[in-house]
Design a protein around this ligand. Structure first.
Ligand code: XCC
Ligand code: SF4
Length: 629
């Protein structure tokens, strides 16, 4: 099945075969739990259950339109929504904080080194950190300190806001949505949603926008930049995706989670000659790494590590019976993985004190002795190879080739090299802007986010992507959406045959797939900066551009934070799953209508991927018409 486009039906067939394996093994999966959860709580679903204080929980009904304190459906739904933004921003930003600490401990002879020196020096220049006569690592540590200050500085707004096109910065200032310190925005939401504070939905929405911004132009952007500095700025790289990347006769290690400071070290450890020899001693042909979720995106982009799949594929990986260890750090890890692993020989290894899970083997990752620590974890996996029960093994024969690693730098370089239209050596986004203005490309969309069983998993991603590229809209993707594309073969250069004539021509000319893998979810900051660069080049504010964000299957609080900074950045955002605010007419009006008056962009929600695609294309064409292009 290699090198082909996989249909959703083929993908679902593999899922049902694996589901059968679960039944045979007496294992429970998300499908069973979804079934058991059948009747979801209407109050929760609509966002009108409040348990912010212990006089409650209070639920809003026509007969009881106010909680005990008097909070209305609007107040309750707005508070719940704002808290989702705060939690999401906290998760992304705390990940970034950890990366900043790792940069701070980097050294010439330690496990963590600086790989992209140019990027470090560029950032030092941007932040006013002097580099003259200084040791590389002194610069790295100072830059890390400045980054860490962004979390708690008492005055001013975030440094990266200066990167935005002038017109956008004006809007942020005027509307007071320019974030101050990252932690401060999160704390402000937690404070303002405490009983007896903000009751006005609009101010809570505005706080959500600002806190979302502290993620997008703060935590996530810092995370991406510092990760590139430490582990290298991604360049296009070919890899493979889907469960067929697991090997019959190798030690299979699945990496799952988010933080590259763990996964990078596991990659190094898996290549360690001593450990490879040890694996052979144990009867395996070697060590085979595969990734899940955002960690997969991180290590794929920098090392070509194969991608086992996305969020709702995590259990499937264990169900193959061929995985020696699932190594996880933080975020998006099913607690169910521990019990599931028990049905097989698989070791489920948690590594972070921030994400301990009952039933898991916890081996705390020690960043101060990172390489040795990673080696110890990999050794656990190797030792487990002998326990694999061959009778239980089923590795689906599905493996798609995929291109990954399209950082902004890589995209600019790729376009520039071929079109030769650059004037300065650093390259520009002119070729991309030209293609959009001329109409060869109608526009660009970022397709991002998770899987969600509220819709047909992966189907929404794949259908929307196919509709976009068929209509000459170039797609950039991150997170689990990028993984869905990879599994379906849409990150393969061959997928350009599914594109409209304009996009296909561009793809052929510059040798790219029609869907560009730009990384993990913190890397949505790359998408934002790319759009911002085009806006700067054309000297216009971002909402004018024929560019749209889509989260077809979002589920996490991080996704809510992301949605908020994407619209605040001026990009209309389409959601394929309803946020839990529908019990408040005012919240629905604010998010899908009035917010446009504040930031120039808004949310649209549509669960049917065909209809959503139509609406996106209409929005893109409307933006073109308004521009007269
Ligand atoms: Fe998680 Fe980042 Fe969502 Fe995937 S896309 S399910 S948040 S792994 Ni980020
Ligand atoms: Fe009820 Fe108000 Fe307490 Fe919420 S804050 S639980 S609405 S009394």
């Amino acid at each position: 099945m290699e090198k082909t486009i996989l249909s959703i039906e083929q993908m679902e067939e593999i899922n049902s075969l694996l589901k059968q394996k679960a039944v045979e093994a007496g294992a429970e999966t998300w499908q069973d739990r979804k079934e058991a959860q059948k009747v979801s709580c209407k109050f929760g679903e609509e966002g009108v259950c409040c348990r912010i204080c212990s006089m409650g929980p209070c639920r809003i009904t026509p007969k009881a339109p106010r909680g005990i304190c008097g909070a209305t459906a609007d107040t309750i739904a707005a508070r719940n929504f704002a808290r989702m933004v705060a939690a999401g921003a906290a998760a992304h930003s705390d990940h970034a904080r950890d990366i900043a600490h790792v940069l701070h401990m980097s050294s010439e002879n330690g496990s963590y080194k600086v790989k992209d020196k140019d990027k470090l020096y560029r950032l030092a220049g941007e932040w006013g950190v002097s580099t003259e006569g200084k040791d590389l690592y002194d610069v790295a540590h100072e830059v890390a300190e400045v980054a860490l200050m962004e979390f708690g500085k008492p005055f001013g707004t975030l440094r990266f806001l200066d990167r935005a096109v002038e017109q956008r910065q004006e809007v942020w200032k005027k509307e007071n949505v320019a974030p101050r310190a990252i932690d401060r925005e999160i704390a402000t939401i937690m404070h303002s949603t405490h009983i007896g504070c903000t009751a006005e939905a609009e101010s809570l929405v505005r706080m959500g926008l600002r806190t979302g911004m502290s993620d997008g132009w703060g935590g996530s952007m810092i995370g991406t930049e510092l990760t590139d500095i430490l582990f290298g700025t991604p360049t296009p790289i070919q890899t493979e995706s889907n469960l067929g990347v697991l090997e019959e006769d190798m030690v299979n290690i699945v990496l799952h989670g988010h933080d590259p400071s763990l996964s990078e070290m596991i990659v190094l450890a898996s290549e360690d000659a001593e450990l490879v020899a040890y694996a052979k001693e144990k009867g395996a042909k070697g060590i085979n790494l595969a990734g899940l979720c955002c960690t997969a995106n991180e290590v794929t982009m920098r090392h070509g590590v194969k991608m086992a799949g996305n969020f709702l594929q995590q259990e499937n990986a264990v169900l193959t019976g061929a995985v020696e260890a699932v190594i996880v750090d933080v975020q998006c890890i099913f607690p169910a993985m521990a019990a599931l692993a028990d049905c097989f020989h698989t070791k489920f290894i948690t590594t972070s004190p921030k994400a301990k899970i009952p039933g898991a083997t916890h081996i705390e990752f020690d960043e101060h002795h990172a390489f040795d620590s990673a080696k110890g974890i990999v050794k656990e996996a190797i030792d487990n190879y002998a326990n694999r029960d061959r009778a239980k093994v089923y590795i689906p024969d599905s493996k798609q080739t995929a291109m990954a690693g399209y950082s902004i730098e890589a995209i600019i370089k790729q376009l520039d090299l071929v079109t030769n239209s650059h004037v300065d050596k650093t390259g520009t986004v002119k070729p991309l802007a030209d293609c959009i203005v001329s109409g060869v490309l109608r526009g660009a969309v970022g397709i991002v986010g998770c899987n969600n069983p509220k819709v047909r998993p992966d189907y929404s991603h794949i259908e929307i992507i196919k509709n976009m590229i068929a209509n000459d809209v170039i797609v950039v993707a991150t997170g689990c959406a990028a993984q869905a594309a990879a599994k379906a073969g849409l990150l393969d250069k061959e997928a350009r045959n599914l594109a409209g004539q304009g996009l296909r021509t561009v793809c052929e000319l510059v040798d790219i797939p029609p869907v560009l893998h730009m990384g993990s979810c913190v890397d949505i900051s790359r998408i934002i900066l790319l759009v911002n660069a085009v806006a700067k080049h054309l000297n216009m504010d971002i909402p004018k551009l024929p560019v749209v964000g889509i989260a077809p299957e979002w589920m996490s609080e991080k996704a809510v934070a992301i949605g908020n900074y994407v619209i605040t950045s001026g990009i209309d955002t389409f959601l394929g799953v309803y946020p839990q605010v529908t019990g408040s007419a005012e919240m629905v009006d604010l998010l899908t209508n009035r917010v446009e008056d504040i930031v120039g962009a808004k949310f649209t929600v549509e669960m049917d991927p065909a209809k959503l695609s139509e609406q996106v294309l209409e929005r893109i064409e409307a933006k073109r018409t308004a521009l007269g292009i």
